[in-house]
Design a protein around this ligand. Sequence first.
Ligand code: BES
Ligand code: MN
Ligand code: ZN
Length: 481
Amino acid sequence: MSGDEAGWPRFPDVSGAFTEEVTGARPVWQVREDDDPATILADHGISGDWLKAVGFRGKARRAALVPNADGSLAGAVLGTGDGQAGDPCGPSELLIGLLPKTLPDGDYRLATADGEAAENAAIAWGLGSYRFRRYRGNGEDYGPRLVLPEDTNKARIKAIVEGIWFGRNLINTPASDMGPDDLEAAARMLAERHGAWLKVTTGDDLLAQNLPMIHAVGRAAAQAPRLIDLTWQPQATTQLKTVTLVGKGICFDTGGLDIKPPNAMLLMKKDMGGAASALALAHMIMALELPIALRVLVPAAENSVAGNAFRPGDVLTSRLGKTVEVGNTDAEGRLVLADALALGDETGPDLMISLATLTGAARVALGPDLPAFFTDDDDFAAAVARRGLTVGDPVWRLPLWRGYNAKLDSEVADMNNVSDGPFAGAITAALFLKRFVTKTRRYAHVDLYGWRAAARPLGPKGGEPHAARLLLATLSDEVLS
Ligand code: BES
Ligand code: MN
Ligand code: ZN
């Protein structure tokens, strides 16, 4: 294990982005295009002439600093356009995430948001404050700080921002410092923090414990493949909903013997993005002590090339007993997930969700910002779709179209791990996974990018544990209502 750059790995400290001290904090006003900024500022004894002079009219994403009469800094205005953020799709207060990178250092407070809007705004501020500082700039100088707004759930704001920063750090850390050993260490750090129980099955023990496909995919790498199994439940045991998260933890995906070309391999440190999302969500659930009996399964492995690598044409026997012909070693994610899903299914949880950077096809269909979401449960799909827009972490549903099951037929085994043609790649991958879930009441699968392709209001370019905030909101609705 490496990675002792100034104390890494470590759990993120978000306290540099927030403050509780209201005195001296400068107001941030959100201004819509149909608002008159002059009247808003007049309420604070400031002339609106300045904003006219600098051409500020409330256009979305435009910000301006506002001076006092003596030339000192009074505060800042942020344009929110028509009241919809547009990007991310959701309420306009999410645009506050733009400010930490544009405002001068100092303390700020929300002047025009309260209740749920203030909570959204504070979360957005925290997400927009993130920087990946493992390899440069280790000082804790986070820049401007936001006063945590009154009458909001401050613990929730903190837990969500911490979870996302944690997940981003995992994804952004290159495979040289985020191999299966390191991913296990990160899960262990999280487990210790929350008093969760961690069991890890490593290397040849995977064969003894009947997790053969995780072993096959990861056995060629220098760090042994493993299954990380975290379980937790809150202290006060009442009615608990059983939820199992399964996150794809491919620490680097070369493609295996069906090796990827350079461009397709370049970003493959992020192929543990599903595991990062699952762990980020797990942090939020545990920090907030949701009434959930939680299990997180992370098959962690590197899809590598060596003489003992699994090969195209090999036939693997899965945990469930079904045999799988390897049509392509680059379709490794579904293999490791299949064994983990089969294990998770054995206890028949109320809900099981797989999260994975599973297919390029999902990205062709929906682009980098919109994960594909699969479930046969229409009510759950509707709840998830609605929440995606309220928290600015959307997904889009694709069908588990049974008619495409035949694409996975094999001539020598129970199934092939890839389809025989180029069409519907995200759907066939999801159908493959579904075959290993038989007892679980509700199953959902998220095919995510795990990466923000460009800087946005809610974060810089780089690792992004997609769907973690969305699923926290959806699960909270279910178990707290
Ligand atoms: N990790 C990749 C999928 C991926 C690629 C996600 C790029 C996000 C961006 C996965 O293991 C993979 O290689 N999938 C193949 C499947 C194919 C061989 C059926 C793909 O999508 O090309
Ligand atoms: Mn692959
Ligand atoms: Zn992969």
